[in-house]
Design a binder for this molecule. Structure first.
Ligand code: AMP
Ligand code: TRP
Length: 324
């Protein structure tokens, strides 16, 4: 089984990235051949600051390793270290209907939030399809916001197979998204989906003081300390359940219903759990940062492994479409 996923280096990683994509990806690395990359070409659709792009790319690598990505098992690399992916995106674009891309939620959401409607942003899903198909991927662990992109990928692969393949010899495999219901959309401190672009994140490796401040500013209703509270619609309970055991979460829900405890107290409990949860990863991160060449070596090795597969698939694709 080949597993693939990517993450954009458009900012600092947050706990939505961790539970939605990084943890599932790390869990899968022992189950097959895993390829995880830093989607720097994609980040260029929203970030035009070269120093920031370099800095974020490096930190995504460091943070992913700190969280448990094992480079002996999974190949970790930069998307742009496999430039053939842009060639494949071109080929895929020639069979992709405009109308399919016009229906993409992410394009509509991003432009509504003020990201420039560039051709690159519009064809973002085509490059993402190339990312997935160039490694003959079987499984793609992602958060729910990426579901439609995987559907578009399957659609494009099917069109290529129908146009250039045969039933016996399809050009591409059809990949499956892997989305876990419990973590498909992690809420931010305002209760909306946690996202870099909403300014509602809690970062995985934020400073202690800042992280506490963010947790303490989770939006709640204005029920008084004594009043019973609703655990079903609480961002605090939802986030707490990511870090606590089931019994601990059940106890918090029960205490909500009983009343007598203020939201501030629950936020403290959430902060303590969260801070403890990432403690071993913070330590590992310090070790990784202190060895300057480690990350470079990991990325170089990952790029080599990724290129070996991409070269094979591209030879097949070029022959199938008649470029060779
Ligand atoms: P991005 O930051 O858009 O590159 O997202 C990287 C990965 O994290 C993707 O698989 C997203 O689906 C996932 N992700 C981002 N935000 C969340 C969230 N709030 N909840 C669950 N998954 C998320
Ligand atoms: N679009 C993804 C995101 O914003 C990042 C990404 C790019 C990706 N290419 C991919 C994810 C291929 C999975 C597979 O999160």
């Amino acid at each position: 089984m080949r597993i693939l996923s990517g993450i954009q280096p458009s900012g600092v990683l947050h706990i939505g990235n961790y539970f939605g994509m990084m943890r599932p990806a790390i869990a899968l690395q022992s189950r097959g051949e895993a390829f995880y990359f830093i989607a720097d070409y994609h980040a260029l659709t929203s970030l035009h600051d070269p120093d920031a792009l370099r800095e974020h790319s490096r930190h995504v690598a460091i943070d992913f390793l700190a969280c448990g990505l094992d480079p002996e098992r999974a190949a970790l690399f930069r998307q742009s270290d496999v430039p053939q992916v842009t060639e494949l995106a071109w080929i895929l674009g020639t069979v992709t209907p405009m109308s399919r891309l016009e229906l993409a939620h992410s394009f509509k959401d991003k432009t509504a939030r003020g990201v420039a409607a560039s051709a690159g942003l519009f064809t973002y899903p085509v490059l993402m399809a190339a990312d997935i198909l160039i490694y003959d991927s079987d499984v793609v662990p992602v958060g729910k916001d990426q579901k439609q992109h995987i559907e578009i990928t399957r659609d494009i692969a099917t069109r290529i197979n129908e146009t250039f393949g045969s039933r016996k010899q399809p050009v591409f495999k059809l990949p499956e998204a892997q989305i876990h219901a419990a973590t498909e959309t992690v809420p931010g401190i305002d209760g909306q989906k946690m996202s870099k672009s909403y300014g509602n994140t809690i970062d995985i490796f934020g400073e202690e003081k800042e992280t506490r401040k963010r947790v303490m500013s989770i939006v709640t209703d204005s029920r008084a300390v004594e009043a019973p509270k609703d655990p079903a619609n609480s961002t605090i309970v939802q986030l707490y359940s990511l870090f606590a055991t089931e019994a601990e979460t059940a106890a918090m829900r029960e205490s909500f219903r009983a009343g007598g405890t203020g939201y501030g107290e629950y936020k403290k409990q959430l902060f303590d759990k969260l801070w403890e949860f990432f403690a071993p990863m913070r330590q590992r991160r310090q070790e990784i940062i202190s060895d300057a060449s480690y990350v470079d070596n990991v990325l170089a090795n990952g790029a080599e492994r990724a290129n070996a597969i991409a070269d094979q698939v591209m030879s097949r694709v070029r022959a199938a479409v008649g470029l060779r």
